[in-house]
Design a protein around this ligand. Structure first.
Ligand code: 13P
Length: 228
């Protein structure tokens, strides 16, 4: 598997700013950099349609992802975005259970387990975010066969958006624990990853989930170019 680098824009950027980001990034990034990696970008839901048009126009090896998915199927769930709502779009990954969803929206491990199911049922690979405090609880609530199809993202809350990226030795320990509990699933790291520290994490994981350092197209390009 190529190393996965996923840009998570969170609730940043208007539709226009997202398009400008894609235009700039896709025009400037070299195909040789993209061919070694699995690069995906998760803008806001409302920017997905126009971002896909820019991607199709410029034609580079970059996929689209989503930051969340409804825990329910299509139906009477006002305000939720179901897998069916997204059909027709080429969505590769769904970030599920991000700690910001837990903190600000009261999402529980049981909700996240349902999101894994919805994601898989709609042909979207779940990126299951965990921190050490609830890792075992979370894995225990997911069907084993479904868990084997996830990519696990270790995102220590203390490292998210703080500039205090986690110690690589600690990340390595968590990777080993996840493999013991969930089997040989791919594991990525997220939390203050930038162009200067990315390679440390790629030595012990299968990729990175990048927030702040993805928001500027040039900075994200430098991060990808720094991957050795
Ligand atoms: P930062 O890169 O801003 O720390 O965000 C990490 C993250 O939460 C990615 O999902």
């Amino acid at each position: 598997m190529s190393k996965l680098i996923l840009a998570n824009f969170k609730s940043n950027k208007s539709i226009i700013d997202t398009n400008l980001w894609f235009e700039k990034f896709l025009k400037n990034i070299d195909d040789s950099v993209l061919s070694k990696l699995d690069v995906s970008v998760a803008p806001s839901f409302v920017a997905l349609v126009s971002a896909e048009k820019v991607l199709e126009k410029i034609g580079k090896n970059v996929s689209l992802s989503i930051q969340n998915i409804s825990s329910f199927p299509a139906g009477s769930y006002t305000g939720a975005i179901s897998g069916q709502n997204l059909s027709g779009l080429k969505i590769k990954y769904a970030v599920v259970g991000h700690s910001e969803r837990r903190k600000y929206f009261g999402e529980k491990s049981s909700d996240v387990a349902l999101k894994v199911t919805q994601s898989l049922q709609n042909g979207i690979m779940p990126i299951l975010c965990v921190d050490t405090e609830y890792l075992e609880e979370q894995f225990g609530l997911i069907d084993k066969k479904e868990l084997e199809k996830c990519i696990v993202a270790y995102e220590p809350i203390s490292a998210i958006g703080t500039g205090k990226n986690a110690d690589v030795g600690k990340v390595k320990g968590v990777v080993e624990k996840v493999k013991r509990l969930a089997g040989n699933v791919p594991i990525i790291y997220g939390g203050s990853v930038d162009e200067f520290n990315i390679n440390e994490y790629l030595m012990v994981t299968d990729g990175a989930l990048v927030g702040t350092a993805s928001l500027d197209a040039d900075q994200f390009q430098r991060l990808l170019e720094a991957v050795s």
